[in-house]
Write a protein that binds this ligand. Sequence first.
Ligand code: EZ4
Ligand code: CO
Length: 405
Amino acid sequence: MKIKQIKVFVCSPGRNFVTVKVITECGIYGVGDATLNGREQAVATYLQEHVAPCLIGRSAHDIEDIWQYLYRGVYWRKGAVNMAAIAAIDMALWDIKGKAAGLPVYQLLGGKSRKGVTLYAHANGENIADTLDKAEQLKNAGFKAIRLQSAIPGLAVTYGVLGDKKDYFELQGNRPLPPEEEWSTQKYFAMVGDLFAQARARLGNDVELLHDVHSRLTPIESARLGKMLEPYNLMFLEDASMAENQDNYQVIRQHTTIPLAIGETYNTIWDCKDLIQNQLIDYIRVAATHAGGITSLRRIADFASLYNVKMAPHGAPDLSPICFAAHSHLNIWAPNFGIQEFVGLGNEQSQQLFQQSITVENGMAYVSDAPGLGVDFNEEAAEQFPYKRSYLPVSRLEDGTLWNW
Ligand code: EZ4
Ligand code: CO
């Protein structure tokens, strides 16, 4: 099962995805996701120039050794570009191993721990009533957990709110230079308590509610928010504050019992080690694509389980359906699975490019028994969707100071 060829694709079926295909001499191939939003070409070049040539001729079965070779072996460990490249190769190798064994990847991890994967959907609105209309629709469609985000009165554009765009693909897929958004903690605080008070009044108590702060608050402001939202029983508060300094979360934890989640930008277990070990968080949100693949996430899940921290992988539109498949196999296995973020199965073009075998019903995802990851990439269709430069916004305070995105 020697690796014969590694192909790298950067396509935009409405938004950019970096996809890797690892092909073996016996003809079995595997696919992986290496999408790094706004830095796609850096990963693609890294893979083509520095990773692929080193792997040709190696056994596709040596998943762990190849992971170590690309992590320890390069001297420059960690980093978003490096870890996304490792992730895509790792996913493709798990896909190959599953296909060679005739088993879905979750069986290789240890089998199913549950029937299906609970998802949380997004309700984003232009105002509180609009957000809650959308949340009600999602609840009626069977979702058991919903993330609420609402535009902040007095600010021109707010994180995650779609404005005149019909979906996330349209929002994130067509911005050739980074747009700018505004942030005011004071204006946010004037809105967010009402959002959750009204949400509980309208949606009742039999739905889980979540919220993403997108790292806009200082630790003591996050503590204040946690206390403010405690009566509304959130499943978790996501990315309240930055945690490059992992001790920041001590400050939040000292003041509030609101469950905390973080990790969507993390690249390795080291980024979350202190947060997990000191029981400063409740959910770890690492993505297979950005934290080194299935091999890394399995290791983080096992480590987190020792400290009652549950897995809640990132599920944004900039993670491809291959990542969603990798997460689904991990989620159905992990004894300490919490919840999976979910923004739909992609637009029509993306479904042409990626054939997904996972089904979604009543707010749950079900993994098929197809060997490997159970997701395919249509190389022929790839040519129809060329790369388009596109960026996330940047965020500034009202006085112009650059702030956290
Ligand atoms: O802004 O994935 O929880 N989801 C998120 C996302 C992120 C994007 C960044 O690439 O915070 O929408
Ligand atoms: Co987030």
